[in-house]
Design a protein around this ligand. Structure first.
Ligand code: B1M
Length: 220
């Protein structure tokens, strides 16, 4: 078995120490951060999801795997974020109300930072009022919301309505994503942007900002 297979297995086993050891080893051996992320960490969580679906794993096992994945991500973080990038814009990010999944949201946040955004993370289970308050306080360019459950994705519509009601909708772009979200759903609820994964979230957010910002405002 290769190193990335071992890494993947360590996340499935929920062996946090082994995960950290193997991520460090892969970094030291100059495996790209993207490959470590995709083949080691993300593919492990896909397998964990499959095992949960077929009843081989329960919530505690999922949690322990998630903890191992997060510990690996912490080590990988500096390699995923390009250094010395001037802020392209500001993003407020969070997980939809009622939703406690944060691994995907954290990854999107990291990729956005890597693309040069200043990222303000409101955490998980964020009610629309908290987003509204944060928009008033921080004046972001983009409000980003992640949902992993088919129930909580419905709360994204409430977020957009709340921004409308607060008179703030015209001031921010809304980006949504997460496993159950589709381009069609984003369009239906009036979001400005959808991205299927963390890398495209960063690329699309940057494209949108370049489109929106006036030509005399420098975008790096
Ligand atoms: Co939960 N869970 N979970 N879970 N969990 C899923 C999502 C599930 C699909 C598992 C399954 O049944 N196969 C299922 C949802 C079913 C559904 O709604 N259709 C599920 C369930 C049912 C539940 C509970 C209800 C279980 C229970 O209690 N009976 C419960 C709900 C709790 C709650 O939120 N209120 C629950 C709890 C948990 C844990 C707490 C144990 C743990 C989360 C720990 C944590 O995040 N800190 C957990 C986990 C780990 C998972 C799985 C296994 C993995 C999720 C993950 O981290 N994936 C998941 C199964 C799966 O997804 N295969 C599952 C890796 C991550 C990198 O991917 O988050 O999809 P993802 O993010 C991607 C893209 O979606 C995208 O970019 C990311 C990377 O490229 N993306 C965005 C994400 N956000 C974006 C935002 C953007 C753009 C792109 O713009 C803003």
């Amino acid at each position: 078995m290769g190193m990335l297979d071992d890494l993947r297995q360590s996340v499935i086993d929920g062996d946090m120490n082994r995960t950290q050891e193997l991520v460090q080893k892969a970094i030291d051996e100059k495996v790209s951060a993207e490959q470590i992320l995709k083949e080691g960490l993300i593919s492990a969580m896909a397998e964990v999801g499959r095992m949960f679906e077929c009843g081989e794993f329960f919530v505690p096992e999922m949690l322990i795997s998630a903890r191992a994945m997060k510990s690996g991500l912490t080590l990988l973080r500096p390699y995923l974020i390009a250094a010395n990038v001037q802020a392209v814009g500001k993003v407020i990010i969070g997980t939809a109300e009622g939703d406690l999944h944060d691994i995907g949201k954290n990854l999107v946040g990291m990729m956005l930072e890597g693309a040069g955004f200043e990222v303000i993370d409101l955490g998980v289970d964020v009610p629309p009022e908290k987003y509204v308050q944060a928009v008033r306080e921080h004046h972001p360019d983009i409000v980003a919301c992640s949902a992993l459950l088919t129930t909580t994705m419905l709360r994204m519509k409430d977020l957009i309505l709340s921004l409308h009601e607060a008179g703030l909708r015209g001031q921010v772009k809304v980006m949504i994503g997460g496993a159950p979200i589709t381009e069609d759903y984003a369009r239906d609820i009036g979001a400005d942007l959808y991205a299927p994964d963390a890398a495209s979230a960063a690329t699309r957010a940057k494209e949108l900002i370049i489109e929106v910002k006036k030509p005399d405002e420098p975008v790096h």
